[in-house]
Design a protein around this ligand. Structure first.
Ligand SMILES: [Fe+2]
Length: 461
């Protein structure tokens, strides 16, 4: 299937339709979106062999097989077990193997040992997916309006959960393949199906210096509102006082980051947070993850193979520590998540997403040229969405009056609001139908295996 066919009908339109149609049409619509997302996961795995799907290359990485089964467990646990009278799991032991972190749903296997689960096999995990999908088909096809009212919010959450795991599946298999001296290719070449992506890659010329776009101080409404889907951590919507700031017109490129490396950035403690400096020395970091100096030039491993670093692409696979150190070296800082959200208000949600099948950030110059054509409201900011998740300096913490919901699904976001930083905008591994201006991603400051990058900000002169 074409990955682009997984384009979403917006949740708002879908919600409106749900009140206009009878149950069969509503169930049909819900099932169509459900299967689109499920099929997209299968499409991502199309080029993988069973041997690829069982490797866990570090504790943060989950094997592809585990992602396939865990996303399925989510639908079985929170929908089938709840709404199908007398439902019995075909293999009850899967509940232990494929629960991730939901304590209220029962005990779970150790995250760092997922690579040791040689059984079920990949084929059995795929059979598990098909079986649960079939049960979901039957349940929804026979549900009345009241039952659909109860199921729909969890089904939609399950879809978005699966889209999150699609991104993890991509970044995890990249880490797995990067450990292999043969450097396996996940997808050969660059975009083949997307006109938009071809436009972006057609002119990989270097872009001139970024500039700073000024924003006046204001009190701004932050967070999600409306009927469309959002995670609970995007609310409650509230007023935030945002002093005047300036935001860089585009992300930091590889070429600019090389200047930091060659300016001894990794050896000068004055740019680094204390924890970052400890990490740099313990881990012996000298460059972003996947970068290697080869015959005097920087190369890096990508999902299309090992290749020279393109200086016009946004730098990626950098930790919060590196992003912060780079910003200090450049005489700037990282934006807060509130500054980022305010700046994104006028930006169209368009960019290089997973549907473009690049599986890599697009060169800044070409992406800007395409995006500027479409950006009538804001021609000054480029690549705010897609390509790379942008580190912010905001700690991942609850918005005012936030309370996690009771029960297992209340464990989805709230319990992680400690020792992590917020990232915004989505990446080349994110689905276009998954991202929002209010979307808050979060990772610990030393993590580098996601497509994470840098956009600078600064205070008024
Ligand atoms: Fe999960």
């Amino acid at each position: 299937m074409s990955l682009a066919s997984a384009e979403a009908e917006t949740e708002t339109v879908a919600a409106e339709r749900s009140h206009l149609h009878s149950s069969p049409a509503r169930a049909e619509r819900l099932l169509a979106r459900f299967h689109q997302v499920r099929n997209f996961t299968d499409a991502l795995c199309a080029g993988l062999e069973p041997e690829d799907c069982v490797v866990q290359s570090m504790p943060d990485v989950s094997p592809t097989k585990w992602h396939l089964a865990h996303t399925t467990w989510f639908f079985e646990t929170f929908i089938l077990k709840k709404f199908v009278p007398g439902y019995r799991s075909e293999i009850p032991e899967y509940a232990y193997l494929f629960n991730s972190y939901y304590n209220a749903a029962g005990d779970m296997h150790r995250r760092d040992l997922r690579g040791l689960i040689s059984r079920p096999t990949v084929r059995e995990a795929q059979r598990y997916r098909a079986s649960i999908d079939s049960h979901i088909d039957t349940l929804l096809s026979n549900a009345d309006e009241n039952l659909l009212d109860e199921i729909e919010p969890i089904l939609v959450l399950g879809r978005h959960h699966e889209q999150q795991h699609q991104e993890l599946l991509i970044t995890d298999i990249k880490h797995v393949f990067a450990q292999n001296p043969l450097y396996p290719v996940f997808r050969a070449g660059r975009a083949r199906h997307s006109v938009r992506a071809e436009e972006r890659t057609a002119t990989p010329t270097r872009r001139g210096p970024y500039r700073f776009v000024d924003f006046e101080g204001a009190t701004v409404a932050i967070g999600h509102e409306g009927r469309g889907f959002a995670y609970d951590n995007e609310g409650p919507r509230h007023q935030a006082l945002i002093p005047a700031f300036s935001l860089a017109s585009r992300p930091v490129t590889n070429g600019e980051y090389i200047a930091f490396i060659e300016g001894n950035g990794y050896r000068r403690p004055e740019f680094w947070l204390s924890l970052g400096w400890i990490t740099v020395n313990e881990q012996r970091w000298q460059a972003p993850l996947y970068w290697i100096k080869h015959n005097g030039a920087w190369w890096h491993f990508t999902l299309s193979g090992f290749r020279p670093v393109d200086e016009s692409e946004p730098v990626t696979h950098v930790s919060y520590f590196e992003a912060d150190a780079y910003a200090n070296w450049a005489g700037a800082r990282l934006p807060t998540e509130f500054e980022w959200e305010r700046a994104a208000l006028d930006c169209p949600i368009d960019g290089n997403f997973v549907e473009d099948e690049l599986f890599h950030p697009a060169p800044t110059a070409a992406a800007s040229a395409v995006s500027a054509e479409k950006t009538a409201q804001n021609e000054d900011l480029h690549q705010m969405f897609g390509d790379i998740w942008e580190w912010t300096r905001s700690a991942y913490s609850p918005y005012p009056s936030y309370r996690a919901a009771p029960g297992a699904l209340g464990e989805y976001n709230g319990k992680f609001m400690c020792n992590q930083y917020v990232l915004r905008g989505g990446s080349c591994a994110t689905s276009r139908s998954h991202i929002r201006r209010t979307y808050r991603n979060f990772f610990q400051p030393e993590k580098r295996w996601q497509f994470t990058g840098i956009r600078l900000a600064r205070d008024p002169a």
